[in-house]
Write a protein that binds this ligand. Structure first.
Ligand code: SF4
Length: 283
């Protein structure tokens, strides 16, 4: 089966590289795609459907839409689109929107609570449908934005795992679009004539959200220095743990033991007296 366009070929190549790099799929997998109706999740579903027909391994797809319960949400359009393309779909109606409203104070950012609640629903549906993998549509821009958000606001140096095994080992979440840019996902959803459906959440598109701020900042820097986002993504796969301040990565006791061992062995091997190591603390 030939690719329909250069864009499709490029996205298929990047998605395949991610699947191989992070060992995302196995023969016989049943992959549940989180389908919000936004451009990224449509692009993911389309890309996986194309790969499914070409891949040397066999896997099946089921799309799952978690409806947060906002009245204007056009889930019928998701249903009709999936039906027209022969994609398996399950829609789960929830009251996540109302729950967020009830729990959060006015002005609080709802996204992390929303993501946790949706994740819980996805885990349950995955179990009910025998899904072995849960695929989410996070792309390269999401990775670098998340990295910056954690750096600036959470005091942590982290982005997102491309493959995550849940704490109890029961679920595997994969992000096959990790190498695909947001602009590519947008163009691919458009080229594939998939209807972009807003989530209808009041926070959606709120320019005051930290993520939107990171997006604007990155766009400005990228305009001045093209390739910055690509460099950031590359950095996430090129970590130098010894050049960081996390003592869990560089336990001081281990470092001291290495120095003491080297200092004790060095002179003895040369026929001299072993030196007495000076505890680093006293230096
Ligand atoms: S914008 Fe709305 S739907 Fe999207 S993660 Fe935030 S709260 Fe959830």
């Amino acid at each position: 089966m030939a690719y329909r366009s250069e864009l499709e070929a490029r996205i298929a190549k990047k998605t395949t590289r991610a699947i191989v790099d992070y060992d995302m799929l196995e023969n016989g997998d049943r992959v549940m795609v989180g389908l919000s109706g936004g451009k990224d999740s449509w692009a993911l579903l389309q890309a996986l459907d194309v790969l499914r027909q070409r891949a040397p391994i066999r896997f099946t797809l089921i799309a799952v839409n978690v409806d947060s319960g906002y009245k204007e949400y056009k889930h019928e359009l998701i249903t009709s689109t999936c039906k027209a393309r022969g994609w398996d779909l399950r829609i789960e109606h929830t009251n996540i929107g109302q729950t967020i409203d009830d729990i959060l104070d006015d002005g609080a950012t709802p996204c992390s609570l929303c993501a946790r609640l949706r994740r819980g629903v996805l885990y349950r549906i995955a179990k009910e449908n025998g899904a072995t993998k849960i695929a989410l549509g996070h792309h390269a821009d999401d990775y670098v934005e998340t990295l910056l958000m954690n750096l600036f606001f959470a005091g942590a140096l982290k982005a997102m795992p491309p493959k995550l095994v849940s704490d109890d080992g029961a679920h595997v979440v994969i992000r096959p679009l990790v190498y695909v840019g947001e602009d590519e996902a947008r163009a691919y959803a458009k080229e594939s004539e998939l209807p972009i459906i807003g989530c209808c959440c009041p926070a959606c598109g709120d320019l005051g959200l930290q993520r939107q701020r990171m997006k604007r900042m990155l766009m400005e820097i990228e305009r001045e220095h093209p390739g910055v986002k690509q460099s950031m993504l590359k950095a996430l796969g090129n970590v130098a743990p010894r050049h960081l301040l996390d003592t869990r990565l560089n336990p001081p006791a281990e470092l001291r033991a290495r120095v003491e061992a080297a200092q004790a062995v060095g002179p003895a091997a040369a026929g001299g007296k072993p030196r007495v190591a000076i505890p680093l603390r006293s230096v």
